[in-house]
Design a protein around this ligand. Sequence first.
Ligand code: DOR
Length: 429
Amino acid sequence: MKILLKSGKIIDPESKKSRIADVLIESGKIKKISGRINTKARVIDAAGMIVSPGFIDLHTHLREPGNESKETITSGTLAAARGGYTTVCAMPNTDPPIDTASGVKYILTTCAQEGNIRVLSIGAITKERKGSELTEIGKMTKAGIVGISDDGTSVMNSLVMRRAMEYSKMFGLIIISHCEDLELSKNGMMNEGKISTIMGLRGIPTQAEEIMVARDISLAELTGCHLHLAHITTRRSIALIKEAKKRKINVTAEVTPHHLVLTEEDVIDYNTNCKVNPPLRTRGDRAALISALRSGIIDCIATDHAPHLDQEKNQEFDLAPFGINGLETAFPALFTNLVDRKQLTLAELIEKLTIRPANILKRSDIGRIREGANADITVIDLNKKIDVGDDFFLSRSKNSPFIGKTLKGFPVLTIYNGRIAWHDKEYIK
Ligand code: DOR
């Protein structure tokens, strides 16, 4: 099937240029980009719209196997497509966790059969994510993982982490670290500070993250692995990453949309949809995260999409699980709060959602919009506004702090591998 996207404004994060042009898609590839293309194809009018490479999320919790009431591979990848994503990395903290080659095969075959977009698999670092015994990283690599992580928890034992880094280097994997000193964060609910004291909630100090960022950078220097730091939230973490990059240590980092947009002040009314780990931090941290993203100290944006059920979130703050549902609100929340308020440009935002994560994955066939690349394309209407309500989500869960807010700038069409993965019915019938 041929698709001809007509007259959209193409934002190309590779050449850092934008222009209005037609895009011809054929056999899963971008066949031609040119001022005007006339050929027999399914024509889609993209005039007035932004045409971007499909977004890539390095950090998605799809919940299958084991928690299909929260999300499935089908619902999670549909929510991703609706959010403009054409590639997501599935985190292994499922039930059972993905800590064997057969688990990886299960994820990849189910995603190929039932997924709406590309899913890459992350394997656990330790068996059952318990932090003590390494998984069979070589066998999981053969089965197709792109990285390893015990995300959701930290590998507290430094020797285990060192060995995992050595294996990740040997197999050419990224090691994604959830940086949290579990003793320092124990029983914590939100950022530690004046607000947590006033609210009577136990705090999580920034040091719980920073100590592990420092440790893992140090171990990355020792082992020469590619260390990717998940969901960075504090000023001191940024300073550590900056210094590590200056010293040419192979480290990359991500920040989530919620840490870029919200702060600990959003927790004040005990909204459990703002309960997330690592916690929302201060205004100063948020400002530092935005500037670190702009300057490249933080490489990319990743959602940490973490679906949870209403009945779990509708509890006292200390009983509710940590996590924010993020795939469908990532772009509009960032566009509304950062781009529209001139804190980030649209080109920068697209770069951090596309080519930057592609480079971390060392993939030159995705996250780009050029002839010959995979036809993974997101068409965005920057003027579309939605009052986000309970009924907004295609995800099986709706634990979002953006419920009740009006967001602007929504993907309206997502093409994955040359086919329409999701479209807004108001936009094309
Ligand atoms: O808030 C979080 N939720 N942080 C994590 O690290 C894990 C995630 C989850 O899986 O629910």
